[in-house]
Design a protein around this ligand. Sequence first.
Ligand code: PMP
Length: 394
Amino acid sequence: MNQLASRTKMTSQTGLEDLIPDITGDIISFAGGLPDPEQFPNQAITESYQRVLRDNGLDALQYHNAKGYRPLREKLAAQLNQENYGITADEIILTQGAQQGLDLVAKLLLNKGDNIVVEAPTYTGALAAFAAYEPTYSELPMEMDGPDLTQLNKILLTQKIKFIYVIPNFQNPTGIVMSLAKRQRLIELANRYHVIILEDDPYHYLRFSGENLPSLKSLDTEGRVISLGSFSKILAPGLRLGWLLADPELLTQIRYLKDGTDLESPELTQQVVADYLEHHDFKQHLANLRADYKQKRNWMMTALDKYLPAGFEYSHPDGGFFLWLKGPANLDFDKILRERMAPTEHILYVPSVNLYASKSVYNGARISYAAPDEATIDYGIHRLSDVLRDELRQ
Ligand code: PMP
């Protein structure tokens, strides 16, 4: 249709939407970033809805403002300041998930054709959000300790960059954590070249082994880090509630943009989440989540060790939902998914080609262990491994 704006040329989020309708019967999905539904605090959230509607219903059902429910912003500020974020409630906007934060930041900073730096691979949903503002990309290959900052230095020397988008904790899709040295270096480079950093951190509270590292926002000395968080992975994605932290000047502009987008995030949900945090043991809930995801990660690694043929390697995440599977250079995970895994095995993962801004790498796959149970992980990885072994022979 020639009426469509050029921004609609963006690709779909995972590139898998076209595969799913063709499959009849049960699907084993290692593809989605879905949290474990067994962990949703359904009962507690029901109680919070009831209490908010009973005790403060008329206010919770009214219009308010784009920054969001102040008591929740205050709780968040107090929580984050335990990790030296050094922020006030006035430096927080409550968004509809971290996803809206990605959109708002792109809307704030990008003119058509502007260049941004992203990790390679990166989160497809971010590429989808940015694509609507028609940027061009420079990529930083992921190393074991985070993105290649030597490459970043080279890029910053020669090009004008609007912002650098990174996922420092349990990166989606690789599961990699950015080292402290790289966090410090990244801040240094951003300061030197006057660039904004967009820190996307929805897995922040899901570390199940090792020590927490300081966030980029807490290391920021010049107000150049915009940081995104979310309740999706730690309460439930259906709440569609996240947060955006930014320097007051930037935050005012972002607030105007959010006004134009949706006026505000749903007030009722914000009050419910504040009530939940007030009345329930959130620390214990987070501890339960970490134990659950650690166990799932272990099931996944056990299955991979048991079944995977020689020639493959995978990342060992210390938190989050994902691990990264890498095969021999000539292996095409996208082709294998489309020709065999999806139609015959009904097993899905996200092939690497969808996860690179340059769409240039085929021999990797993102595997999520967050939602399936032990037997499903074992069966699915067994079948995937058999197919990969067979492919290697051809
Ligand atoms: N950023 C990253 C890195 C993610 O993995 C996700 C969810 N898959 C999001 C942002 C969006 O999350 P939400 O909008 O549900 O907070």
